[in-house]
Design a protein around this ligand. Structure first.
Ligand SMILES: CC(C)(COP(=O)(O)OP(=O)(O)OC[C@H]1O[C@@H](n2cnc3c(N)ncnc32)[C@H](O)[C@@H]1OP(=O)(O)O)[C@@H](O)C(=O)NCCC(=O)NCCS
Length: 155
């Protein structure tokens, strides 16, 4: 399994990823948003972590890195169904935490549907807590620690 560093993708690359992972989400991404318009938006502002296995894409994370506010917002994280529950999601979060560490970012935020039990369990297992009730979704946050030198640490 190869986990990329954080990187930017072209609009076409983002569109390919969204189409490839559409069915991994419940509800399907395309039932809620126009994938090509969303790809345009993400390619302008978001960064990505991608995971490949044997040369095939198996997971991706999209994130907005806000250096001014020292926070990262994750709009999407997805792993192909046949590759779930083997630690791909956790490895992408670990990469995200390193990005936080390297940029003095101390909080990661995301939203999850309350009925998305797999994802909710995944976030709780990785240290996220509920930050706000947003109706059918929870806003969740992961606060990263600060060590004695004032640097952000995540262990
Ligand atoms: C949420 C998601 C990204 C987790 O990725 P993953 O690679 O499967 O997660 P990991 O293998 O790192 O972690 C496994 C943990 O996640 C949770 N989990 C993953 N799949 C699960 C399942 N089918 N049922 C229950 N819990 C599940 C559990 O807490 C599990 O720990 P456990 O195996 O000890 O019970 C993945 O399930 C996914 O892509 N889901 C569909 C897309 C989605 O809903 N994304 C989140 C909203 S944007």
């Amino acid at each position: 399994m190869i986990v990329s560093d954080i990187l930017r993708l072209t609009q076409q690359e983002v569109a390919n990823v969204l189409h490839m992972f559409d069915k991994a989400f419940s509800p399907m991404l395309s039932s809620e948003i126009d994938l090509d318009s969303y790809a345009r938006k993400l390619s302008k502002r978001a960064s990505f972590i991608i995971v490949t296995l044997g040369g095939h894409f198996i997971g991706f994370t999209a994130c907005y890195v806000n250096l001014e506010q020292s926070k990262i917002y994750v709009p999407l994280i997805g792993v192909l169904p046949q590759n779930q529950r083997i630690g791909v999601g956790r490895q992408m979060l670990d990469t995200l935490k390193k990005v936080c560490c390297n940029n003095s970012i101390n909080i990661i935020m995301l939203e999850v549907y309350k009925n998305n039990h797999k994802a909710y369990s995944f976030y709780i297992k990785n240290g996220f807590v509920k930050a706000e009730d947003r109706g059918e979704k929870w806003l969740m946050s992961l606060q990263l620690g600060t060590n004695k030198t004032g640097n952000v640490s995540y262990e």
